[in-house]
Design a protein around this ligand. Structure first.
Ligand code: A2P
Length: 317
């Protein structure tokens, strides 16, 4: 498996297992199977509601000597209701207990959006806190304190623009190691990628296959299907691969990490194998031509008339 260098020399496996939308009843087997296949990077989050099952799978895999803790890269994410400095550590400690781990490799601020403590999803204006009330820099200092205590080796962000990363780089003691954002051929994030390359921040791509198993309430009717794009299909045929594998190979060949979600053993294997597919510069250029700044995950669930946040403000665009 290819790896990406963090600024301090630690290495992040380029392709990891996504667990968003993996139900508690199916994620245990998915993680066990992924580890048998060779996955060493697992992407989790408290809000996914499945960290206990993932923790059990990790513990059982280690007990069966299929993998050692030091070989794994485990990421989790701080939910929006725990952005106050003193709330970060308890949230991380809960996640560690659920995952049955002593430390995380990476802990991310999940969204640049804050809620009152205890709110999973906001229903009214009162459920939100603004970034003036809880600045991201305050949350960041809570994250830094967790690094000082060796509860986590790296900290970073998710869904953050270059502008927000820059704020943290300027105000923080510890640099963000990773920013995790939606990224695929229809949303290539060129500006953010150039910024992250320059600042030695690893970019991780979520929803690399378009997350077709998302809640239908948040899916556009005319959502494009990336597996049907002609250029992708032709490249798949040329490599005796599947369209999904080409999407994943593009992310890895571009020097980003990528976390496809699957709970299906065959697709777990196909996705893992995709990291070894080499695309030449002509093929990469063909895919680069597909960019149209299309978001599947628009952030609209955190914006609207009951929210102090706007979609433009979340993405800084
Ligand atoms: P499943 O879990 O049944 O494999 P994303 O990673 O963009 O969120 O996409 C996840 C969705 O893509 C899930 O519906 C998942 O279904 C499906 N999926 C995962 N791997 C593949 C693949 N290799 N080919 C087609 N669909 C896939």
């Amino acid at each position: 498996m290819r790896t990406l260098n963090c600024a301090n020399g630690d290495r992040l496996p380029a392709l990891g297992l996504g667990t968003w939308k993996s139900d508690p009843g199916e994620v245990y087997q998915a993680v066990r199977e992924a580890i048998r296949i060779g996955y060493r990077h697992i992407d989790c989050a408290a809000i996914y509601g499945n960290e206990k099952e993932i923790g059990q799978a990790l513990a059982d895999a280690m007990r069966a000597s299929e993998v050692q803790r030091s070989e794994l890269w485990i990421t989790s994410k701080l939910w929006n209701d725990s952005h106050k400095k003193e709330q970060v550590r308890p949230a991380l400690v809960n996640t560690l207990a659920d995952l049955q781990l002593d430390y995380l490799d990476l802990y991310l601020i999940h969204w640049p959006v804050a809620f009152r403590n205890g709110v999973s999803f906001p229903h009214s204006r009162d459920d939100f806190l603004t970034l003036d009330e809880v600045p991201l820099t305050e949350t960041w200092s809570g994250m830094e304190a967790c690094v000082d205590e060796h509860l986590v080796r790296h900290i970073g962000t998710s869904n953050c623009s270059a502008r927000k990363l820059q704020l943290l780089l300027e105000a923080g003691r510890i640099r963000p190691s990773v920013d995790q954002v939606e990224m695929h051929p229809l949303l290539q994030q060129g500006k953010l990628k150039r910024y992250c390359d320059r600042e030695h921040v690893v970019l991780t791509a979520y929803s690399p296959l378009g997350s077709r198993d998302r809640n239908p309430a948040f899916r556009a009717k005319d959502e494009p299907d990336m597996l049907e794009i002609e250029v992708i299909r032709k490249l798949a045929a040329a490599h005796a691969a599947t369209p999904a594998q080409i999407l994943l190979a593009w992310a890895v060949n571009r020097g980003t990490s990528v976390i496809p979600k699957s709970v299906n053993p065959q697709r777990l294997q196909l996705n893992f194998d995709a990291a070894a597919i080499e695309l030449n510069s002509t093929e990469m250029n063909l895919i680069d031509g597909l960019d149209r700044h299309y978001r599947y995950v628009t952030g609209s669930f955190f914006a609207g008339k009951n929210s102090p946040y706007t979609i433009g403000g979340i993405w800084d665009e």
